[in-house]
Structure formats: C-alpha cells, structure tokens
Design a protein around this ligand. Structure first.
Ligand code: Q46
Ligand code: ZN
Length: 332
C-alpha cells in the first residue's frame, strides 16, 4: 500500500476517503482537514480566545495539539469530575500535555461547583450519573468561558460520537435533541458562549491515529460510568455498518445536517432568561444546574460523612477503536 501523496510506504488506509497515507502526510492531512472544517463552518477566527475542553482522551488532546500548532490562542479546560483513578489519571495527562507545550490549563473541580463529585450525585438526586455529569459539564464550561473572557468553547466530539448521538435521538425521535445537534451552537443569549466541534467530520480511528503518530500520551481507559451505556452499543452498530459500507457514518450524520436538521430546528423555540440564582440561562425561574446543586447539598447535609472513599469501580479498559487503529498503523 502506497501513500497517495508521496508514493512512499503508507501506514494508514482511509477507506472512506479512498486513500492511504504515510505518517507525515497523514498528519498534514489531519491538520488540513481540521483547519478547513473550522474555516468552512465559520467556527472561530484567528483572534478569538478559545477554551478547549480537554478530558485527557485522544480526541480533545489531538484537537488541542492541532490548534496550538496552528498558532491559535487556545487555553485548555479540564473538569475534574472526581471519578476516582480515572479522574486522577486523566488530569495528570492533561497537565503533562499542557506543561510540555507551555499551554495554559484551567482546572475546575466539579465537586466544588455541584457540592459532590459525580459518583455521589446519583445517590443524592436519583438522577442518572451521566445525565447529571453532562448537565454539570455544559454549565461549568459555559460559566468558565464567560468569566475568563473566552468567546468560544471547543470540544473534541468526533464523527463517531456525533453519529451515535444522532442514532440515539432518532431511535427516540427526540425532536429537541435533534434540533440542538449541530457542530456550531451559536450564542443566542449574552450569557451563552458559542460551542463548536471541529472534529465532527473526523472519525475516531483518525483521531486515534493522529494521537498515536504524534506521540500524545492520552488516557486509554474510559470513564467507568460509560460501561454498558447505550451510546456504546450505537457506536458498535455503526462500526458494523461502516465495515460493510465505508462512509455510512459520515453519510448518516453529514446528510442529516444538510437535509433534515432545519425541519426540527423550525419547531424548537426556547425562550431564554437568566436564572434567578446564578444568572446563567434557563427557560424557567431557576436553572437545572442550581436545582441539581441544591438537591446535592441538601442530601449531603443530612448524610454522615463517609468513613472511607468508595471503592474504585472497574475501569472500562481500552477503546476498541484505539486498539484497532494502533494495530493498523504499521511502523515505518
Ligand atoms: S457523562 Fe458519564 Fe461521560 Fe460523565 S459520567 Fe463518565 S461516561 S464522563 S462522556
Ligand atoms: Zn442557576
């Protein structure tokens, strides 16, 4: 297999693009593709201060790497979810990455904002862990960006993430989620910061290959709460489709954006106002985050302090896609 660009020995075949690249040309392709997406979708300009949400995983670190390399003013934001070893390890990866590049990294403790780390929120509120986590992350990202003078929050969601989310929303015909799924969520209120996803056209396999070839030290273990999540089943189903018909994921998600999203958007009308407690946006009197934090504080207040830290749940090791991609990269 030869590199389409230089004719040298290819290390990675991209069936969807019907091409193959050597390491150097793949890295250049990945950077070009990402920067082109930012430009075409008008995600942000050269002068805007960016806040890149980093989890310590391959996608967000690969994206931060591309942005720093291209000269963007991109600070990182790590949200410490308090999820035992997973959080400790992923925070260390982000700190090491930032340290090596001399980049600015903001670290915010979710426990300080919510009143307890993510693993304790379910006991306190009976709200599913991932739903409380997602709500808290979105809220804190927006708040940190506003307070820090950042005009854009950049996240590392890739094509696989977006296609799996779309499949989940479609199976439920969740019109509101369908309307909100976009790679550029504009700030529709002075208290909202634009949220963008420059990797939405890039597969997980490509980000894994980029991170591997760049020698980025990222966390391979997934969050222990991701275990058994339906989104993982949706990803597996889409991977099977992609195997027999390369390009299926891109066709599903990108055509949705082109042809169908506007139908759902037309019906979605949110009347936003400021939360009476914290000033962030809400459709009611008090925002969902303030209600969540209240519930947690009430429940924790009536609880005797735990004598010991709860045991670390078994981590879901190894992203299948990572391993698959790494094994497909042939050492030069
Ligand atoms: S939502 Fe759920 Fe993730 Fe939060 S608790 Fe872990 S798996 S980190 S993307
Ligand atoms: Zn609030």
């Amino acid at each position: 297999m030869k590199c389409r660009k230089c004719g040298g020995r290819a290390v990675l075949e991209l069936r969807r693009h019907n091409t193959a690249f050597c390491a150097e040309d793949f890295l250049a392709f990945f950077r070009r593709h990402t920067l082109e997406t930012i430009r075409r979708w008008k995600m942000f300009t050269r002068d805007e201060p960016l806040l890149v949400a980093v989890s310590g995983g391959k996608d967000s670190l690969a994206l931060w790497d591309v942005l720093l390399d291209a000269g963007y003013a991109a600070a990182g934001l790590y949200l410490d979810l308090g999820i035992f070893d997973y959080s400790r390890e992923s925070k260390a990866k982000c700190q090491a990455f930032a340290g090596e590049r001399g980049a600015r990294l903001l670290v915010v403790s979710v426990a300080e904002e919510v009143g307890a780390g993510i693993p304790h929120v379910r006991e306190a509120t009976r709200r599913p862990t991932c739903s409380a986590c997602g709500l808290s992350k979105r809220y804190i990202m927006n708040k940190t960006a506003l307070e820090g003078g950042f005009t854009v929050v950049v996240t590392g969601h890739n094509l696989d993430d977006e296609a799996a989310t779309l499949l989940g929303s479609t199976l439920r015909w969740d019109e509101s989620s369908l309307a909100r799924q976009t790679p550029v969520l504009e700030a529709t209120h002075p208290k909202l910061v634009r949220r963008v996803k420059p990797l939405f056209r890039t597969s997980e396999r490509e980000t894994a290959a980029y991170a591997f070839l760049r020698g980025i030290d990222y966390i391979v273990a997934e969050c222990p709460f991701a275990r058994g999540a339906t989104s993982i089943t949706h990803k597996e189903l889409l991977n099977r489709l992609e195997d027999v018909s390369p390009g299926s994921k891109a066709m599903f998600f990108l055509n949705y954006l082109d042809r169908a999203r506007h139908l759902f958007l037309a019906r979605e009308q949110a009347d936003l106002r400021e939360c009476g407690r914290c000033g962030q946006t809400t459709t009611g009197e008090v925002c969902a985050f303030c209600k969540l934090a209240d519930q947690v504080r009430r429940a924790r207040g009536s609880e005797a302090p735990a004598a010991t830290e709860p045991a670390d749940p078994p981590a879901a090791r190894g992203l299948i896609a990572d391993l698959r991609a790494a094994s497909e990269i042939h050492a030069p």
